[in-house]
Write a protein that binds this ligand. Sequence first.
Ligand code: RET
Length: 281
Amino acid sequence: IPTAVPTSVPGLPPVLPDPIEKQFVGEDGKRTLWVVFVLMVIASAAFAAMSWRVPVAKRLYHVITTIITIIAAISYFAMATGHGTAIHHIRIRHQNDHVPDTYTDVQRQVFWARYVDWSLTTPLLLLDLSLLAGLNGAHMLMAIVADVIMILTGLFAAFGSEGTPQKWGWYAIACIAYLVIIWHLVINGRAQAKVKGDKVASFFVAIAGFTLVVWTAYPIIWGIADGSRKMSVDGEIIAYAVLDILAKPVFGAWLLITHARMPETNVDLGGFWSYGLSREG
Ligand code: RET
């Protein structure tokens, strides 16, 4: 049976053969996205309910933490329904010794909705930690700006071209920004937390240590999945799902429950936060 060979029609773009490899989301990935969406909704409702048990003046961590899981829920809804995703075309070059190089064309699905989520939620997670430590405004702002740079350059890396300095260049910049964040948490955060007393200091070391371990897994997963393409799209979804649950609902529950038991963790923001409260009586 003769096979049809795509030919170019004069005046139209050339017809290319089908890309050799398609890396798209499968059933397991989709199911995982829906499960995490539901968990994020439940966490948001639980954190909101916890906030109603304390006076408005003491709801700062509750508000920040609830916003974090609400944003994650929205992002997971988008991804589960097939939004917030783009197809990234990659041409992988195979270097051969004696014959000309060959190429594999790959289409991989990249969920950019994650980066929108992370660019909003990771600064809020850092805000939670900075307030807990009692970090000053200058250090807080630097850590948060480094964080936004890390996520945006990570997004550029995810869509960077293979075989050029682009992809790994952006990745390197993102990693440097991440080191700035670690510096602020480990050096400045710890020093400031000590000023708030031993109890807050040891809680800060525990929860910031947990944060560093979980956060550091993200660039590792990225390197395996998006960097060297050694993990399927479903594998990537499942890995990030586990990390997201640890970084948001588990982190949030730990922070809010400890906050309820440890009055030393209170933050007094004064003016803005208490504006209007005195009139309510
Ligand atoms: C990227 C790739 C580029 C290099 C680095 C990264 C770090 C990402 C991190 C993400 C944390 C996300 C969290 C989400 C909340 O649920 C962008 C993967 C360093 C640290 C905590």
